[in-house]
Write a protein that binds this ligand. Structure first.
Ligand code: AMP
Length: 137
């Protein structure tokens, strides 16, 4: 079980700007938004920490709400696009130890950095592809 700032929000011990709630899922405005409308979607279940240990049913419930909210948020903020983001573990930028998906409105000409891309060295793409396939089995 994870006890985080989000557990307190779920229990109503900390205020939040809730935009959607159902039995399993809560969505609220990020307190430090990348852009107006930046929303976090979380499972109410506090058992998990990341994508790696969230239950399939919680994951499906969260992603169903993410899909629904993406359209509503784009419309409501008059955004030109939406980024979905999930940080998992400290070195991937996770600060709050409770699974959460960021929905981030994007606007033409905004200055947020895009991913930087690299090129595979000869054979490295095959090597990593095979490692991933092996890890699946
Ligand atoms: P991450 O780096 O993916 O773990 O993101 C955690 C997010 O939680 C950050 O974007 C924070 O701004 C946000 N956050 C932290 N505390 C609160 C809070 N009390 N209410 C709303 N958002 C919060």
């Amino acid at each position: 079980m994870s006890e985080t700032v989000f557990s307190k929000i779920i229990r109503g011990e900390l205020p939040s700007h809730t935009v959607y709630e159902d039995e399993h899922v809560l969505a609220f405005l990020d307190i430090h938004p990348v852009s107006p409308g930046h929303t976090l979607v979380i499972p109410k279940n506090t058992d998990a920490h990341t994508i790696f240990d969230i239950s399939e049913s919680d994951w499906l419930a969260v992603t169903k709400v993410v899909r629904m909210l993406a359209s509503a948020i784009e419309k409501a903020t008059d955004a030109d696009g939406i980024n979905l983001m999930m940080n998992n573990r400290e070195h991937a930028g996770q600060v709050v130890d409770h699974p959460h998906i960021h929905i981030i409105p994007r606007f033409k000409g905004d200055t947020h950095p895009q991913w930087s891309h690299k090129t595979y060295k000869e054979g490295k793409d095959i090597e990593v592809r095979e490692k991933i396939k092996k890890a699946l089995s």
